[in-house]
Design a protein around this ligand. Structure first.
Ligand code: SF4
Length: 352
């Protein structure tokens, strides 16, 4: 990755190259690399018209490299190009000891440098369960199924509470390529169609955007390093059992023989068209919590129902399995126990 000694920067010609860009192969000095990285992020924002002046944008922040770079670049571009955005950091505390507590500490340090307000919403207060407690109930597998569903809703609820118009997430090109692969392997046509979009949401959901969608993970690491950004890089304790890890390994193997594999997969995802005769789910709202759902209960409420009734494994996968168990239980108990998802008004936000 590092350029050989005495290679001149192909950007300015004067400085000595500090790296060879993984994305383009260009030998660049630090300054030209940072300028190119920021210009590409700005280009993606402008081309997709991601923001409008006056919007409040909640930047999904975890303390990891992607969201740290995203917050840094967005604040910089907002000032440089006069986007006119009100930026704030929104973090989700899943309740994972030895991981999220440390990454939130890194985020608080970064927040001080950025000078942006930080708000934290927690699973414990939204759902009454921490991820560590869920993992003790569920076992080593499927933790990410719970965590992914809960985090998506937590970000939406936190952003709505803060009056945000949009959520920006730090997903990079490698993340998008992995998601395309995973959805293809699962045959999840609905998600496959949506996952490569730079701007998603609408139909009642808060819009979400990925300004770093075209940035390679390796370049995000280089950018963070050259800018001296303080981020947390330890992997989540539950990650080794995540299905995504297999997609990541497959992608790395593909990249070793075809360096453009990441960009190719992102491009494939963008070009996918779903046949007209494929039935897509109809969007409604969850009858319990009011969140968007194509089923009577949203996925988070189904998962919570499974947890609260000691049937977590039944809540994973096809809705029918838990539904049948609940129908049987309802006959003897007289209905669902309403209100197990915490009232969103009770959501604690910590302002700094
Ligand atoms: Fe949650 Fe899984 Fe990510 Fe850990 S690896 S933070 S459990 S989604």
């Amino acid at each position: 990755m590092a350029a050989a000694a005495r290679v001149s920067c192909q950007g300015c010609g004067s400085g000595r190259a500090a790296l060879r860009r993984p994305k383009t192969g260009q030998a660049l000095c630090r300054g030209c690399f940072a300028a190119a990285f920021e210009a590409e992020a700005h280009g993606a924002i402008v081309a997709a018209r991601l923001f409008r002046a006056g919007e409040t944008v909640a930047v999904g922040a975890s303390g990891g490299k992607d969201s740290t770079v995203l917050a840094h670049v967005l604040r910089l571009l907002n000032e440089r190009h006069g986007y006119g955005l009100r930026l704030l950091l929104l973090a989700v505390d899943e309740g994972i000891a030895g991981y999220r507590d440390d990454s939130l500490a890194a985020l608080r340090r970064h927040r001080a440098r950025l000078g942006l307000p930080l708000h934290v919403v927690s699973y414990r207060e939204l759902y009454g369960w921490s991820m560590d407690r869920i993992a003790r109930h569920v076992g080593p597998r499927n933790n990410c199924t719970f965590c992914g569903v809960f985090r998506r809703q937590a970000l939406d609820r936190g952003a709505a509470l803060l009056g945000a118009d949009k959520i920006a997430t730090g997903h990079n090109a490698d993340d998008v390529a992995e998601t395309v692969l995973m959805n293809f392997l699962r045959g999840d046509v609905g998600r496959l169609q949506r996952c490569a979009g730079i701007l998603t949401g609408g139909e009642g959901a808060l819009p979400r955007c990925k300004p770093l969608k075209h940035a390679y993970e390796k370049e995000i690491v280089l950018y963070a390093y050259f800018q001296g950004l303080d981020y947390f890089s330890t992997e989540c304790v539950y990650a080794p059992n995540a299905y995504r890890g297999h997609a990541r390994t497959l992608l790395k193997d593909l990249e070793a023989v075809r360096p453009s594999a990441v960009a190719d997969l992102v491009h494939s995802g963008e070009r996918l068209a779903v046949r007209q005769d494929v039935r897509m789910p109809t969007q409604g709202t969850c009858r319990r919590c009011g969140y968007l759902s194509s089923q009577p209960l949203c996925k988070a409420c189904v998962l919570l129902e499974g947890l609260n009734r000691g049937l977590p494994q039944l809540a994973i996968g096809k809705p029918g399995r838990l539904q049948k168990a609940l129908t049987d239980a309802r006959k003897s108990e007289g209905g669902f126990q309403e209100g197990s998802q915490q009232d969103s008004k009770a959501t604690r936000t910590i302002d700094f």
